[in-house]
Design a protein around this ligand. Structure first.
Ligand SMILES: [Zn+2]
Length: 236
């Protein structure tokens, strides 16, 4: 006999606007324990520890860029006088690692338009508040090459130095990143353009016949059939 259906009262445990995670596999748990032990040993602030743990789970493995961008997000928040949970907008200037702590800590995601990732390649991010006007004043935090020079392991990673083996030097590198914290970062006050909320109409692509916002058409065809084509169809 199946058990009778009962109404289960769910406990809400996560009120912050961050993704929920399933339990990581055993190997990740041991990695997580090691990372926690390292942060405890180095006296890393509990707030940073929490950011690091959640960001690593989201990213699926620890990476130097994750740790550094946690410090970048934390620093940018302080400079802006903001806190996680506020509606913020972020621009990330690299595709490597840094978009993940931004999404986890700030809830600015690729899907909610809170996060824009530009493939510039600089290890930098900009954070600003919403604005009714055409611009918003924010803060840009970046890894400063002059400051990195004082940290040999971080420098080797940052410059992708010949002979640098990420796996081999991961231990000293993580250690150095936690010791350095914000000391490898600099910031600028910046003004960013706020994208307008133009009305749009749907339009059919003359090539594939699928629907897109009309202003995204190029000569009547969608960009997937034009400049952003990334696949060729193969037989089923
Ligand atoms: Zn098309």
């Amino acid at each position: 006999m199946p058990p009778p259906l009962t109404r289960v009262k769910r406990k809400i445990v996560n009120l912050s606007p961050v993704p929920c995670f399933s339990m990581p596999p055993a190997s990740s748990r041991s990695t997580e324990e090691k990372m926690t032990a390292l942060m405890e040993r180095l006296g890393v602030d509990p707030r940073i520890q929490d950011y690091v743990t959640r960001s690593i789970r989201f990213h699926t493995h620890p990476a130097p860029g994750i740790l550094i961008s946690v410090f970048m997000v934390d620093y940018a928040l302080e400079l802006l006088g903001a806190s996680p949970g506020e509606r913020l907008y972020a621009v990330c200037e690299t595709r490597k690692c840094a978009p993940d702590p931004i999404q986890v800590i700030l809830g600015c995601t690729a899907g909610n338009k809170g996060l824009q990732v530009l493939p510039i390649g600089r290890f930098a991010l900009t954070l600003n508040r919403p604005s009714e006007g055409p611009t918003s004043d924010g803060v840009r935090v970046y890894v400063d090459p002059a400051k990195v020079a004082e940290y040999p392991a971080i420098r080797a990673w940052y410059t992708n130095a010949p002979g640098f083996d990420k796996r081999e030097q991961e231990g000293p590198l993580f250690d150095e990143i936690f010791r350095a914290g914000r000391r490898i970062l600099s910031h600028k006050r910046v003004r960013v353009k706020v994208p307008g909320k133009e009305k749009w109409e749907a339009a059919l692509c003359s090539c594939c016949g699928e629907m897109v916002p009309g202003d995204l058409l190029e000569d009547g065809a969608c960009m997937g059939c034009g400049s952003l084509a990334y696949y060729e169809e193969i037989s089923p």
